[in-house]
Design a protein. Structure first.
Lengths: 600, 337
């Protein structure tokens, strides 16, 4: 198959032979300051996984407190030291843990770890490019991310504790060290870290956009692109348009914190001290934050959906159903994501008329989302499903995307939001629709493209075990939260014991924590499988999943420039699986159309 | 100790991997190859999970619906609950329809070497249907939701609403009643001094008859317009029993109006509430805590600092006469300052 591709590519003899073969790497240029997109992808993945371990571990710690408030757990003192005297967690530390858990999972794992890894790995390989448009900028992008990760981790160790005003860092709480200890040095480091993060993310996104637009190989028209690439492209555009707004919000917050300006502050007396700030508005920050914050949800979700499209089609041995509708729905979701941010602010005191507008735009998103869900399900219909671990996680994603998306219809409705805003109903909703879906997409991507990244295969049975434990505990953790939310339980409460009306919810909290701990421990199976397979896994064949896309025509051993000789030319879309007229159930994109054969 | 557990876990995992690899070797396939047997097993697991998901959903509904909030205690609360019920029914119907189809297809079309998938790339009519049907359903929900929202946020007043200020600070609530003239005197955080704890302007004649209290009492059946202020950070005044919530934002005043319709005493007589209280008191007795009688409560629902989880104020809804009696017992600002 691959030979065929190469023969054909040679016929058309592209003239862009780079002399990559003469390039000699030492340890530093190969593993550390690499400009090769495949290595940078692995750097993003491993850094993201490291941050993910911290983020998930934090959630297990605060779940202990929520299930058994005020009880002593020596393990808490081991990890939190003075923040858990005698094993009982301090309320400030609880808030710090939920804040950093949110920040790490949203930005470091599901933005950089997911999009950074797979955009880098797949964009050049699937569009048929030697590398990113700028390998140097790509390297810089990773190192900004690495630096921001280091700063975020360092912030965990400052005397007054890490940032603890929630991952949304609303001022004045985040602006005033007098309001909570975490708003001191911890918050400063949070802002430094996020500034670095945004810079890295912007550089990366620009690179992805330029690469997809300019470096597609011959024959790779936009409507022959795999849906992964569409998703990464649109994600990058969302990032470029929205992250600068968060950067400006963060800069103004820095000014308010350190230079006495009043962008967000007005008429405040805190800890007995009257501040001089006047004229600012915290609502301004909320607008700026959510102008990024809502597109950010799709920056997280779209790459996962792109990966799922690819994995579901490949493993159903069928074309993705409604390819053009899938592209259309990606574009529609992306467009709408910019005009819905106000649904996070229905009860902030924003003009009620705006509430109606944002309800309208928000609920519209359900339409393209429904199209995506139905198209995935129809792709399975009459397929010949091969259950690789990646396929399991992709089906899991469709399930969580549907389950979590539906509750969005409740929360996006301004009238209904009044009483469930900031309750556990919200926590359930966004963890299922965005957290679980995206992390499932990420797992699917790792299992599917591990052979491309490391030239070896992951252990399938361990993958099965990992999936089922994760899937069951994921629903076990987040589904019950709908009920505690409908009971009126606010999120970010250190303990529910102060309100007798919440006494009934304690049993549910214990169940949730059990599943959380079980699910957390199950991730060790993945980590073990990952590192074991990296070194000891069986050698990967060139195209282990009998896939159509271009990355599987590149040699297993990584080389600079991806293909020895010419870049393959593309003759068809990526989804000719089980096409009538072919013996094999896949037809690689490099195979020319037969005489009289209809393109899709 | 932790180290030993870790080493044992890694050793177990290594053995497990060897077993997986050896058993595939015995079947003469590479471990990573998905066999028909794998497809069969995983397909059945998918079907089982689908059943389990729907079954556990109904189990939860049965077990945990009683722990959710009881009937609303405000006029618009009934409209709110109706909208919630209808929206919930729509999404639950979708949930129990779509999830089983997904897992059924995963099972039904589990792969086998001798089968081939059907090449089926698109169908405009199908795609049109599942664009239009959600669009129509959503249009109904959007219109219904917007109408309710508009009614809640812009209430028409046949009766002048009682004006009460709710003042938030880390980590307590204070209320200020507008007094005889039903007008709040000017107040600003900058005017806080000594006993003037919420910064009432003593020169404003409208403020002299204002009354500052640590509990909220409301006369049943009368609309109440709440004005919210915050002294330090953003708080959120959350009245779950009345289906009402509004943020308290430093530097500005926000507002929300509702009409309480059920007195605290009546609510305590409600069968559903009594069952709830009985369950709660059973738990409290086991823990050695004092017994609980049902009360309306105001909570903070926007992260505001270390004691955010315990920022609360009691709310009593009572008859006009009881309310009037309570109010006369409260001191005016003119008397206290």
């Amino acid at each position: 198959m691959a030979d065929h591709a190469h023969d054909h590519a040679h016929d058309h003899a592209h003239d862009d032979h780079h002399d990559h073969e003469h390039h000699v790497d030492n340890f530093w240029t190969k593993y550390v300051f690499s400009i090769d997109h495949k290595m940078i992808a692995k750097q993003f993945l491993v850094t993201g996984m490291f941050m993910g371990i911290i983020g998930v571990f934090m959630s297990m710690l605060f779940r202990l407190q929520l299930a058994w408030p005020g009880e002593s757990f020596p393990i808490l003192e081991t990890f939190l030291g003075k923040w858990a005297p005698d094993g009982v967690m301090d309320p400030n530390m609880y808030l710090a843990l939920v804040t950093i858990h949110g920040t790490i999972m949203v930005f470091f794992v599901l933005t950089a770890g997911l999009s950074g890894t797979f955009s880098n790995l797949l964009i050049p390989l699937q569009i048929g490019a030697r590398d990113m448009a700028s390998g140097f900028l790509n390297m810089i992008s990773y190192w900004f991310f690495a630096a921001s990760s280091v700063v975020m981790v360092v912030s965990l160790f400052v005397e007054t504790g890490p940032a603890s005003g929630g991952w949304t860092v609303y001022p004045p709480l985040s602006a005033l060290p007098q309001a909570m200890p975490g708003s001191g040095a911890g918050m400063t480091l949070w802002l430094v870290s996020m500034t670095l993060f945004i810079a890295g993310s912007l550089i990366g996104s620009l690179n992805y956009i330029v690469t997809v637009i300019n470096l597609r190989t011959k024959g790779m028209s936009m409507t022959r692109l795999p849906l992964t690439i569409w998703a990464f492209l649109v994600t990058a555009i969302l990032g470029v348009l929205s992250f600068p707004v968060l950067l400006s919000a963060a800069l103004l917050l820095v000014f308010d914190r350190s230079m006495g300006t009043s962008f967000y502050l007005s008429d405040i007396m805190v800890a007995g001290e009257m501040l001089t700030n006047q004229g600012g508005s915290p609502i301004l920050f909320e607008h700026l934050f959510w102008f990024l914050g809502h597109p950010e949800v799709y920056i997280i979700l779209l790459p996962a959906l792109g990966i799922t499209s690819e994995v579901i089609a490949t493993n159903s041995r069928k074309p993705i159903f409604g390819y053009r509708a899938m592209i259309g729905s990606i574009l529609a979701i992306a467009f709408l994501s910019f005009i819905v941010w106000g649904h996070h602010m229905f009860i902030t005191g924003m003009n009620p008329f705006l509430g109606s507008v944002f309800t309208f735009t928000t609920l519209l998103i359900a339409i393209p989302s429904a199209v995506k869900a139905f198209n995935y399900i129809t792709t399975l219909w009459k397929g010949n499903i091969r259950f690789t671990p990646a396929m399991l996680f992709s089906i899991g994603l469709v399930s969580t995307f549907v389950a979590g998306g539906l509750t969005g219809i409740i929360l996006g409705d301004s009238a209904l939001d009044i009483n469930v805003h900031d309750t556990y109903f919200v926590v359930a909703h966004f963890h299922i629709v965005m957290g679980l879906s995206a992390i499932f997409g990420m797992f699917a991507g790792v299992y599917h493209w591990f052979p491309k990244m490391y030239g070896r295969m992951m252990n399938k049975s361990m993958g099965y075990l990992h999936f089922w434990l994760t899937f069951v505990s994921a629903y076990g953790v987040f589904f019950p939260m709908h009920f505690t939310g409908l009971a009126g339980l606010p999120r970010r409460y250190y303990s529910n014991a102060e309100f007798p009306i919440f006494d009934e919810l304690q049993d549910i909290n214990v169940i949730i924590t059990m599943f959380a701990i079980g699910g957390g421990i199950a991730q060790l199976i993945f980590i073990f499988n990952f590192f074991y397979s990296m070194w000891r896994g069986p050698k990967a064949p060139q195209n282990p999943w009998n896939s159509n896309t271009l990355e599987w025509t590149a040699p297993v051993e990584h080389i600079h420039g991806n293909w020895p000789g010419a870049i393959p030319e593309v003759h068809r879309w990526a989804y000719d699986y089980s096409k009538p007229g072919y013996d094999e159930d896949f037809v690689p994109q490099t195979t020319p159309l037969k005489d009289g054969e209809h393109a899709h | 100790m932790t180290l030993i557990v870790l080493v044992l876990a890694v050793l177990t995992a290594l053995q497990l991997i060897r077993i997986f690899e050896l058993s595939s070797k015995a079947r003469q396939t590479a471990e990573y190859e998905v066999t028909d047997r794998d497809n069969n097993n995983q397909g059945w697991l998918m079907l089982l999970f689908g059943f389990g998901l729907i079954a556990s959903f109904f189990w939860m509904l049965n077990a945990w619906l009683p722990v959710t909030l009881p009937k609303p205690a405000s006029a618009h609360g009934t409209d709110y609950d109706n909208l919630m019920t209808i929206s919930m029914l729509v999404i639950i119907a979708m949930f129990v329809l779509v999830q089983p189809i997904l897992f059924y297809f995963a099972w039904k079309y589990r792969g086998a070497k001798d089968r081939k998938a059907t090449y089926y790339e698109h169908n405009n009519r199908l795609e049109f249907i599942w664009t239009i049907v959600p669009a129509v359903v959503l249009a109904v929900l959007i219109i219904y939701g917007m109408t309710t929202w508009s009614n809640v946020m812009n209430p028409k007043n046949e009766q002048e609403p009682l004006v009460i200020e709710v003042y938030a600070q880390q980590f307590k609530w204070t209320a200020r009643y507008a007094g005889q003239d039903n007008q709040l005197g000017y107040a600003n955080v900058r005017l806080i001094k000594d006993a003037n704890v919420i910064g009432v302007d003593t020169l404003d004649t409208k403020g002299g008859d204002d009354k500052i209290t640590t509990e909220i009492h409301l006369p049943v059946g009368r609309p109440v317009l709440f004005k919210f202020r915050s002294q330090d950070v953003i708080h959120s005044a959350y009245f779950p029993h009345f289906r009402a919530q509004m943020n308290c934002v430093p530097g500005m005043t926000t507002q929300f109006q509702f009409t309480p319709t059920v007195t605290t005493a009546e609510m305590r007589q409600d069968a559903e509430v009594q069952a709830k209280v009985a369950r709660i008191n059973k738990i409290r007795t086991e823990k050695g805590l004092e017994a609980y009688a049902y009360d309306y409560v105001l909570l903070c629902n926007k992260i505001c600092g270390s004691a955010h989880y315990n920022m609360q104020m009691n709310i009593v809804v009572e008859s006009e006469a009881e309310y009037a009696k309570w109010l006369t017992e409260q001191k005016t600002v003119a008397e206290t300052l």
